[in-house]
Design a protein around this ligand. Sequence first.
Ligand code: MG
Length: 385
Amino acid sequence: MKRLVLLGASGSIGLQTADVVRQHPSLFSLRAFGVGRNIQAARELLDQFPVDIVSVQEQEDADILQKEYPHTRFVHGREGMNTLVSLPDYDVFVNALVGFAGLEPTLTAIRHGHDVALANKESLVVGGELVYRELNNYGVSLYPIDSEHSAIFQCLQGNRHQDVRRLIITASGGSFRRLSRSELKNVTVRDALAHPNWSMGAKITIDSATMMNKGFEIMEAHWLFDMPYNKIDTVIHEESIVHSMVEYIDGAVIAQMGVADMRLPIQYALSWPVRLPIDLQGKLDLTEIGTLHFRRMDEERYPLIPLTYRVAEKGGSLPAVLNAANEAANLAFRKERIGFTDIEDLLKEAIDQAEYKEISTLEELIETDIRTREETEIKIRRMEK
Ligand code: MG
């Protein structure tokens, strides 16, 4: 029986993780979970998984729930999340948080000797160097939940690291893949949120449309699979059937295919190296699909891809700048404060103006994060006028 601590439990990945646990009650259990401000989701989860400790974002929500569930302890905020991941009696921390806030719990869990199943990209995008240093120090493992990285992880099984020629990450192209750059000027939040293949949270759906999500996945792959950036490629694949590929030195390309359902990668991160049956949204029938399409990543159409490589190769504080500017710009677009292509402009400007710094602690990253958000917010206000 694997006992899980799940943060981000009310989000898309969190709820699907709960479903995986529900499908295998003799193999997985929830030791504790955390939600943000969705206390209704906390109630529903508690009714199914009566855990003795829950974290929420705000104290007032903790107080409300405490009255309703006297036998459960409610903790809150950053401290609350750290309390959960520091518990001694569990096996895997499932990090389904969105954003930079997910990095600290990842580091804390590792420092308490717990394996991590990671859906929080920012832990690696921003903190890859710190996370890998701590993984080695504490001898614990990290398993990818992101579908592309789960695919690569599956394609690597049974092969040697030195035999890999390159990793090929597939990208659906996001909600605006049929639009030219000039047509992007006036797209709305609602247009962006209608992702053709995957049902995901709002933040990541916008990141998919700008291709920033793919940029982050390039950086994630670098850390997870110890690959230099010149061995990581992307390709547009509209159907989202091939979730990613690995090309070997003998020319063999191994792909992992499946329906677009996150419960498979979530489950594999928990069950590896074992495979388990699972109820997904239908089964993959290639004869029904008939044709799969692939095309080259167009770096003019998606300027955040070349920007990513520039940032990633330099490393240091720059990935933290890119991420913080993106979190601020993504949110501003969702609140209809700026236009879609303003996101790209803000990120490019943030990187052009950023000063490179070596990073050795979480505190330095937090400082960079806060400063970049403030600077980006000033630029957003200027754009609003
Ligand atoms: Mg992905």
